[in-house]
Design a binder for this molecule. Structure first.
Ligand SMILES: [Zn+2]
Length: 277
């Protein structure tokens, strides 16, 4: 073997790819880590979406999220493209296993008569589209440090992902988790980020959306008062509004949503996720 040949062999790109999960449940997220001396960045493609890698202390990390209604399947195609410092790239193919989110059914959601029109499928569809378009923005800056916190110190009443049946006979998926609170309780930002939406919507009522960067958003709904404006940077724990009963709500509570790369994910599971730093 010539020296040149040996040099070529030793110049094989060093790429270390590790998945923090064996599978991802419907409506949840998983972390993928990428490192190596020759790595400049990368991107994951799966479930018709692109999940970029962002720089962390020891390399790069990506947050892959699975839609709430994704069919359970063992082998969705997943590809990783790694960009190298010499300008080339390496693509590898793998699979993503999606398991059940084991979401429950909840019946007897009685919307008051004067708000029944909010069960109109067109209003629902318009609002879903509006929110998912906000949630699909990927800001490369990571505003948060460490773990996300619960926005209010209260018990949860209704879990994320449940299939809810309403008094008009229709069913809807629950895109957040509900906390049991009365009206007027201060709500704090789950993590540092930039406010991107702070006004009323038909279903979510008065709500605040915070962009935390890396495609992670939190939403605080049915508020009675909002104390922040779009563009404002809020710190973790900062009071952003007061709980209420606005929008399609059956009584005072806080509806709290987390979205990752355009998909609603379980807020409680997301708070437990070991986030890269
Ligand atoms: Zn809710």
């Amino acid at each position: 073997m010539t020296l040149l040949g040996a040099a070529r062999i030793s110049a094989q790109p060093q790429i270390l790819l590790s998945f923090d999960y064996e599978y991802i449940r419907q409506g949840m997220a998983g972390v993928v880590n990428l490192s190596g001396a020759d790595v400049l960045g990368g991107v994951i493609e799966t479930l018709d979406r692109t999940y970029p890698f962002f720089p962390v202390t020891n390399g790069f990390a990506s947050l892959v999220s699975v839609p709430l209604n994704q069919k359970i399947k063992k082998d969705y195609p997943l590809s990783v493209t790694v960009y190298l410092k010499d300008g080339s790239s390496v693509k590898s193919e793998g699979v993503l296993r999606v398991e059940s989110g084991e979401y429950i059914r909840e019946s007897n959601f009685v919307i008051p008569k004067d708000r029944m029109y909010l069960l109109d499928p067109e209003i629902q569809q318009n609002e879903d589209l509006r929110l998912t378009s906000i949630y699909s923005v990927v800001t490369p800056t990571r505003f948060w440090e460490g773990r996300f916190a619960t926005p209010v110190n209260a018990a949860t009443t209704s879990p994320f992902g449940s299939v809810r049946s309403y008094n008009d006979g229709s069913t809807r998926r629950h895109t957040g988790v509900d906390f049991r609170v009365t009206t007027g309780i201060p709500i704090s930002a789950a993590a540092t980020g930039r406010v991107v939406f702070a006004r009323g919507l038909d279903i979510h009522g008065y709500n605040v959306i915070i962009d935390h960067g890396w495609g992670v958003f939190t939403n605080y709904s049915h508020l009675s008062q909002i104390f922040v404006v779009p563009g404002q940077v809020v710190l973790q724990g900062e009071i952003i509004g007061l709980t209420g009963n606005t929008g399609r709500s059956t009584g005072p509570h806080l509806h709290f949503e987390v979205a990752v790369n355009g998909n609603w994910v379980s807020p409680i599971e997301f708070l437990k996720l070991k986030m890269p730093t």
